[in-house]
Write a protein that binds this ligand. Structure first.
Ligand code: AMP
Length: 491
């Protein structure tokens, strides 16, 4: 059956008594437990009137029940729509308006849509309603039917919903499991959020597809993660994880003795951190490259050489080309836009046919917006982002969205938001502003943005300038600003 959940359900049945989620403050869940919760929550969704193709929007703290809610949505053929738990209610308005979900599950209810609650400890109206509910059958679907919509954004600032099908999820889960040599003895240390492609699909699917345990942490805390490494074999993280682990006073080789592989992605891992990690632990981090629209594209090899500052080779089944603006392949070694085609590539953006047509070529290649090179051996490196995106702590910050709000603050004429190197976050958000009169302090801007913008999007520093550098076409030259302020967070 093409419903991806059906494939997972078979694994759950075969591994009923195996630990699925190892929890620090609650009793563990076996695969039998997960399967039971998925069935019951699916029953609640049905009872709330959620039908095939309906959207279920979810903004909750990470919990075992949250994972079950995701799988229950797939089970009944509805579309899962995860939302960053840092988004403010005002930011949520756009997603709710655009996706028109049948049901919203959040920490609190909303007035504009049928809502249920789910708290970090698993309590809430969603789980209360599971009492006495029947488990509905697994919905029979086509592989091209939608499983999830992941909101991402472009330089235009309007968020786009990347539509992922059951086949997209299933094919990428199998490709990753094969590429990273998943074993029955593997234990995944899961410290990522599950409102993003990395924690929800990439990490969880490898474990779920193989019926192997996850140590399920509510959030990343370096000291807790270091403590748990002893019981794990695989860690998947963003570069910030590795920087913070290295900063722990007692972190050393014996801390990682039990580990099979450390995987990293979502933002560039610097050569410096890669080297430092190798010096301290004797292991080389395996870096890979992915995105909401395609899940994972490339990975450094499990067995071959892992080269720092490269993202490795295309996954099995994926075609990758480095192209010019017309989609024609450039000479090997030259920089161009990374374009990909394969079973993991999304079908388009939710209710945005023009955007979809702009970014997916008629021959099926998706224009990723990342600039890169491929060497003679086929190894891919990312050299920059065509998209004007800042990645701070693994989360995307779209400058336009921040600039728009800063420009509304009294006393500010205009602004340019950029990312500059930050050892802890990868990139730190910086706002360069042109004041009307007196300089505007960082605190003033942050206070004005509170309640309007998630914390990770707020600038860490505000710098005042007389005017923004512009090219002859009137475009702000952010590359000049980035160069000028690249050392801002150093020392
Ligand atoms: P998202 O859709 O939030 O997963 O963000 C996707 C973007 O993250 C990609 O288009 C890349 O620009 C960036 N990205 C992901 N992995 C890497 C990596 N290993 N190195 C550099 N950039 C990356």
């Amino acid at each position: 059956m093409a419903n991806f959940y059906a494939q997972l359900d078979t694994v759950f049945t075969a591994n009923q008594d195996t630990d699925c989620l190892r929890l620090l403050d609650r009793e563990n869940w076996t695969y039998g437990d997960l399967q039971g919760h998925v069935g019951k929550i699916a029953g609640v969704l049905k009872a709330q009137g959620v039908a095939v193709g309906d959207r279920v929007a979810v903004q909750v703290e990470k919990s075992p029940e949250n994972l079950a809610l995701y799988l229950a949505t797939l089970r009944i053929g509805a579309i899962y729509l995860p939302l960053n738990s840092g988004y403010t209610p005002a930011e949520l308005d756009y997603f709710i308006g655009d996706a028109e979900p049948t049901l919203f599950v959040g920490a609190t209810t909303r007035d504009d849509v049928t809502s249920l609650t789910l708290n970090a400890d698993g309590t809430g109206s969603l789980t209360e309603l599971t009492l006495g509910v029947d488990t509905p059958p697994i919905e029979n679907l086509n592989g091209s039917d939608l499983a999830a919509i992941l909101y991402t954004s472009g330089t235009t600032g309007r968020s786009k919903g990347a539509m992922l099908s059951h086949d997209n999820l299933a094919s990428n889960a199998s490709a990753l499991s094969e590429t990273w040599g998943w074993q029955n003895s593997d234990v995944l240390l899961h410290a990522l959020p599950i409102f993003h492609v990395h924690g929800l699909f990439i990490a969880s699917h490898c474990a779920l597809l193989n019926g192997t345990p996850m140590i399920w942490l509510p959030k990343f805390d370096a000291a807790v993660v270091a403590e748990q490494l002893d019981g794990a074999t695989v860690l998947m993280g963003v570069p910030t994880f590795y920087v913070r682990l290295l900063a722990l006073p007692n972190f050393a080789k014996q801390s990682v003795a039990h580990m099979r592989v450390f995987i990293c992605g979502s933002a560039p891992l610097t050569e410096q951190v890669f080297d430092e990690w190798e010096q301290v632990t004797g292991t080389r981090i395996l870096e890979r490259y992915g995105m909401s629209e395609t899940i994972i594209n490339t990975s450094n090899p499990l067995l071959g050489e892992r080269v720092p500052a490269t993202v490795g080779f295309p996954l099995p089944g994926l075609e990758l080309r480095i192209a010019n603006d017309h989609g024609q392949e450039v000479t090997t070694g030259d920089v161009g836009t990374i374009e990909v085609r394969g079973p993991n590539v999304f079908g388009g953006y939710w209710r945005m046919p023009e955007k979809t047509a702009e970014e997916i070529r008629p021959d099926g290649f998706f224009i990723t917006g990342d600039l890169g090179t491929v060497d003679d051996a086929g190894r891919v490196s990312i050299v920059g982002r065509a998209k004007d995106l800042v990645i701070s702590g693994g989360y995307n910050v779209y400058p336009k969205e921040v600039e728009r709000l800063i420009d509304e603050i009294p006393g500010i004429v205009e602004s340019a938001v950029i990312g500059v190197p930050h050892r802890d976050f990868g990139e730190g958000v910086v706002a360069v502003v042109v004041p009307e009169g007196e300089d505007v302090a960082t605190e003033v801007v942050i206070r004005a943005l509170e309640g309007q913008l998630a914390k990770f999007k707020q600038p860490k520093r505000v710098l005042n300038v007389a005017e923004l550098p512009r090219n002859t076409m009137g475009k702000v030259q952010k590359n000049l600003l980035r160069d000028e302020y690249q050392g801002l967070f150093e020392g």
